[in-house]
Design a protein around this ligand. Structure first.
Ligand code: NI
Ligand code: MN
Length: 225
């Protein structure tokens, strides 16, 4: 399977047949790799409702008919807006598809959709093509980041490092120690001045700590774990 960074916290996972988007914030994203009109999606997975994650979910889902997965409050907002292929798990729940599965796990943050629906924020553990990917969502450092990897070895962690709205690159090093992923792809940095950080310093610190191999992707670049 392949992981393509679309900018900020947006990723496309593909296994050759199926495309899964996570947090497709493209319109208004200064680092967007593609326009919202030009992506394909069989499923869209959301970590939380903030507009830099919820992004173009509705327009992409309307055009593609993608399955939608989000915590129950956000899922019900989408269902009320007329979307039919909506899955509404809550924390700890797993949704299974023919291409793999996704589980909602905790994140320490806040969450409200652009329409004002409040919920808890989540991380996402996604299994596709035999690989397990942990998208942390937006979060502060917390010790339970160690738990998803107890059940399923994490191949790649998608880790916010930009600070201000999430943990910064120093706390993100501690996060990588807890998660124990083989590889780490940093995200949620250098999109706006408030989240600027030194990604090469983060990479050096994580690798010096033996906390995984850091794969730095420019927006639009892909990685095959
Ligand atoms: Ni957020
Ligand atoms: Mn965010």
């Amino acid at each position: 399977m392949q992981i393509r960074f679309l900018g900020h916290a947006a990723f496309e996972l593909s296994d050759g047949d199926t495309k899964v988007l996570i947090d497709p914030f493209l319109t208004g994203n200064p680092k967007a790799a593609v326009a919202a009109e030009d992506v394909e999606a069989d499923a869209i997975l959301l970590t939380h409702g903030h507009d830099d994650h919820f992004g173009d979910t509705e327009s992409i889902a309307r055009r593609t008919g993608a399955q939608l997965v989000a915590v129950v409050e956000i899922a019900r907002e989408l269902a009320a807006a007329g979307f039919e292929n909506v899955h509404e798990p809550n924390m700890g729940g797993t949704v299974t598809f023919d291409w793999g599965w996704v589980r909602l796990v905790p994140a320490w943050h806040t969450s409200m959709t652009p329409k004002g629906t409040a919920s808890v924020p989540t991380g996402l553990v996604v299994n596709m093509g035999g690989k397990t990917i942990y998208h942390l969502g937006d979060t502060a450092l917390f010790s339970d980041m160690a738990l998803p990897g107890k059940r399923d070895a994490i191949d790649v962690a998608l880790v916010p490092i930009g600070g201000h709205y999430t943990m910064d690159r120093f706390d993100a090093v501690e996060a990588c120690k807890l998660i124990g992923a083989k590889q780490v792809v940093p995200c949620h940095y250098n999109t706006f001045p408030l989240v600027d950080t030194d990604v090469q310093a983060f990479k050096a610190d994580v690798e010096a700590a033996g906390a995984g191999e850091v794969v730095v992707l420019e927006s639009g670049e892909s990685h095959t774990p």
